[in-house]
Design a binder for this molecule. Structure first.
Ligand SMILES: Cc1cc2nc3c(=O)[nH]c(=O)nc-3n(C[C@H](O)[C@H](O)[C@H](O)COP(=O)(O)O)c2cc1C
Length: 503
């Protein structure tokens, strides 16, 4: 039953599960996994209130009970300052020991504003398209990249209620399906809707996460990823915190080379490169994605020079005994924390001096190791790559970029995979520029089949799989000069400098 005029919902502050409170004389230190906060002097009413809060949710009237007005002000100030260490508990309407915690809202951002949405029995509600449940710290939690709170679904009936929210339903209808009083259903839904986990339907029966033009254009996983790889609305450990140090061995800076027949590659000298390379500006301004190739085959010397200039390991740092520094390497492209988790596999269709096959590029010895000579596997990789170009390109070589994920996640929390994708972009541009300087035809791709390539390359999807794909081939002499616009294009900000003749 929903009462006509319900009393205000029982909402109470409580310390978050991950907060520890230590009293020391007249001070109290509050510690969470990401922050620490010392309060002093802690005596009288404020001490009583703090102790009360460590025992569980305490509604404000109970927290203030017996406190002098000045002490109540102090407690309120503390609650305002320590908001990120506290949660809001929605309590059942029971009195005394029967009262239980239904849902706990924990802030995941410092500026979360908690409010109650005005719902009525006839309001139609549904879970936001961006909300999801998962197990965290032994509890079922509701999260959303749109919400600056995490809802811990403490009570079984609250969990049942959330499970009913996949399809639109009125509040009154939902109240019939769960073991909660009508006012309690309104309390829980009001808080979940106030936070943004639950959406009330608009006059047309639409839900904002489906109808808003901006939200519609966010994929669920993209928005979640965005919210977790930048600080702001994220309250967990973040960045280079070495979460597994002492528990799990880090991945080596250099991948152990797989077994297989070896092809030594050509190593250009710096003098050679300097004597024939175009200017950086020429390479930048003439760089283009090219999806058709010359009649002549790419040569193994060109491939060798390309790989040497893009991805070889050019130095290796091994920390001394007892040092807590990382084992790292240096390669021509930049890499966050010198992680260099990316590996290259080269699938060859047409290359003078090199048999068709799928090779691993050994960046230390600068050589190729044949890992798969099956023609069907090779064509499977090429087929997916060509499909990404609308079946336009039949390149000489496909470079598959894989990542050894645990090399990054051993060190970084939250940003490991995002950083890997950034590395992939950095590597793409390095490949584009070197290929352009060598007079080859480059093209980066936006998609590849990570499952299929893991099988074909003999990799474990979760340890190392593909994050990028790059086409390479000989360049047709008749190819139009890079940068020349096609029909329908208008030149803007294009310098009038003519490029040197060697382009
Ligand atoms: C990350 C990334 C993904 C790309 N994905 C594809 C792709 O899947 N298929 C394709 O034909 N070109 C792809 N390209 C090439 C772009 O289409 C190309 O860079 C863009 O049209 C601009 O042309 P330009 O490179 O010739 O300056 C990709 C480029 C990048 C950087």
């Amino acid at each position: 039953m929903m009462t006509e005029k319900a009393p205000p919902p029982r909402i109470a502050p409580v310390f978050r599960e991950d907060v520890r409170v230590a009293f020391d004389g007249e001070s109290a230190t509050l510690t969470s996994p990401v922050t620490s906060f010392t309060l002093r002097p802690v005596r009288g009413g404020i001490r009583t209130a703090l102790v009360r809060l460590t025992e569980g949710p305490a509604p404000m009237d109970e927290l203030f009970d017996g406190l002098l007005p000045a002490e109540q002000v102090q407690v309120q100030r503390f609650l305002d300052r320590a908001g990120h260490l506290l949660a809001h508990s929605v309590l059942s309407r029971d009195e005394g020991p029967k009262r239980r915690e239904l849902v706990r809202l924990e802030a995941v951002a410092r500026d979360g504003e908690h409010r109650l949405a005005p719902l009525g029995p006839d309001t139609t509600v549904r879970l936001s398209r961006f909300a999801f449940c998962r197990s965290r710290g032994g509890a079922l939690v509701l999260e959303s990249p749109l919400v600056k709170y995490r809802a811990v679904l403490v009570d079984g009936a609250a969990r049942d209620l959330v499970a009913e929210l996949g399809a639109p339903a009125t509040v009154a209808r939902l109240a019939q399906t769960v073991a909660l009083g009508g006012d309690e259903v309104l309390d829980v839904l009001g808080h979940l809707a106030g936070a943004g986990f639950v959406e009330p339907a608009d006059a047309d029966g639409a839900f904002v996460s489906d109808s808003d033009p901006t939200l519609r254009q966010w994929d669920f996983h993209d928005l979640l990823f965005h919210s977790r790889i930048r600080s702001g609305r994220y309250d967990e450990l973040f960045g280079a915190v070495y979460p597994y140090r002492g528990e799990i061995e880090p991945q080596p800076a250099v991948k152990p080379v797989p077994d297989g027949p070896v092809t030594e590659l050509y190593r250009p000298t710096l003098e050679e490169i300097e004597s024939r390379d175009p200017l950086l500006t020429t390479a930048l301004e003439t760089r283009r994605s090219i999806r058709s190739y010359g009649e002549r085959e790419l040569t193994v010397a060109e491939l060798g020079e390309f790989l040497y200039r893009v991805a070889r390991v050019r130095a290796h740092f091994t920390p001394g005994e007892g040092s807590d520094r990382d084992e790292v390497v240096s390669r021509p492209y930049p890499s966050g924390g010198q992680g260099y988790e990316l590996e290259l596999y080269v699938t060859v269709r047409r290359c003078a001096g090199l048999a068709a096959g799928i090779y691993y590029y050994d960046p230390v010895a600068h050589r190729l190791v044949l890992v798969n000579s099956d023609a069907v596997d090779r064509e499977s990789l090429f087929h997916v790559a060509s499909r990404a170009t609308g079946m336009e390109a039949r390149p000489d070589v496909l470079v598959t970029v894989t990542a050894r994920f645990q090399r990054m996640s051993w060190k970084y929390r939250a940003i490991a995979y995002a950083t890997t994708l950034r590395h992939t972009g950095v590597l793409y541009q390095t490949m584009y520029l070197v290929a352009t300087a060598l007079g080859l035809a480059p093209c980066g791709l936006g998609n590849g089949d990570a499952d299929m390539s893991a099988r074909v390359l003999g990799l474990d999807y979760l340890r190392e799989s593909s994050v990028g794909d790059f086409l390479l081939g000989s360049r047709s002499p008749g190819d139009s000069v890079a940068g020349e616009p096609e029909e329908g294009w208008r030149l803007l900000n294009s310098p009038e400098w003519s490029l040197p003749a060697d382009t």
